[in-house]
Design a protein around this ligand. Sequence first.
Ligand SMILES: C[S@@+](CC[C@H](N)C(=O)[O-])C[C@H]1O[C@@H](n2cnc3c(N)ncnc32)[C@H](O)[C@@H]1O
Length: 432
Amino acid sequence: MISLPEKFLEDVKVILQDEYEEFIDSYNENKTTGLRLNTMKMSKEKFQKLNLFDLEQIPWTNEGFYYDESVCKPGKNPLHEAGVYYLQEPSAMSVVPKLDIQKGDRVLDMCAAPGGKSTYILSQLDDTGLLVSNEINPIRINALGENLERFGARNCIITNTDSTRLRKAFTGYFDKIVIDAPCSGEGMFRKDPFAIQDWTYSKVLECQSIQKEIIRDGYKMLKKGGILVYSTCTFSREENEDVIEEFIAENEGAVLIEKERLWPHKIKGEGHFVAKIQKLDDEDCRVKEMKLKKLNNEIKEYRNFEKKFLNINLDNRFMLRGDNLYLVPDECPNVEKLKVLRYGLHLGVLKKNRFEPSHALSHYLKPEQIKYVQNIELNDETIFDYLRGNVINTGESRGWVAVAVEGIPIGWGKESNGVLKNHYPKGLRIKY
Ligand SMILES: C[S@@+](CC[C@H](N)C(=O)[O-])C[C@H]1O[C@@H](n2cnc3c(N)ncnc32)[C@H](O)[C@@H]1O
């Protein structure tokens, strides 16, 4: 049995009373592990037909499955690199369904890295609406960028700022907001011994003060009728009910729709707290649309690439940042005052007399939108060679070719004289 902080145990005993022993016994069980399907890339039916990893349905999430990490490693499967699924702790999958995302919604994820909630929101938006995915930490934001890119994000802006600046930019703008707040991480104890070492009661109180600030700012960014979902992976009353109750008491128009605790002795998961609030009061919104310059000659090389290698013609909602070309979301607020990591989909780089497509573009496009696709079966070792950065002998000379696994594009290669030169990004190449 792992050794847990005394004060933590005392507080949980007060909350759980008769159930306390059952809760303590759950620390003798193994941690649970799950994956969540990206339905923009593969249907549930097709995924289940592949019969991988001996999966078991997670009851509260249609797209979520348990797997047993002692018998399989889904993180090392090429479908993971292809963005077909995301590895996520099962109880954390209970958060996004509470948002009841509708196609076309404007959604904000305020504390987004590494992307567990944002990737889920993206698949539910299904290439419509807008996701603003924000992360305050400039290092953690890189993993967020990679995960969103892998999921095939187009209608997504990634910002790197604090809640106050965000509030000033987006007052009254969003239909849905998720705050997966920084917390003392008590629900991580079974998963990560460092979380136990790192825990102190002062950390609980420090987190509470940050949480109160974030929820205040978050609420201001909702439009009338909008929904805010607040969640933590911790058990303390201070960071959960206390934050929500104080907030509701201070805001007349805020209605608590539901709150739920997932306990590891009651469900198969590490534990979570989720509260859903609706805003009934008015909020003035002054957010302006981003002004886009029509680009013609500047993007000539992109248009040449498109004509030669794609089967689609993208709308002229382009933006140039240096020589980086972006396709901005259909609805794009002016974010010029914020620090932005991605303005929608990064299409690629305009170089002298040529266009080089981005890795993100290969993940966004459907195979039928690409002229040349080199498909590799999941059980063919060649796919691992590609992911390691090796060249592939194809015997053809088609130029830009998307490499796909089970029909899902996973990256680019440039083919000439029968050889496909590898363009899988160096930082993502696998070492096994
Ligand atoms: C629980 S994690 C988010 C996990 C993420 N939602 C997911 O599902 O993958 C909380 C995040 O809040 C960020 N954070 C820390 N302090 C913050 C603050 N003052 N304002 C906003 N976010 C903060 C942390 O960097 C961390 O990435």
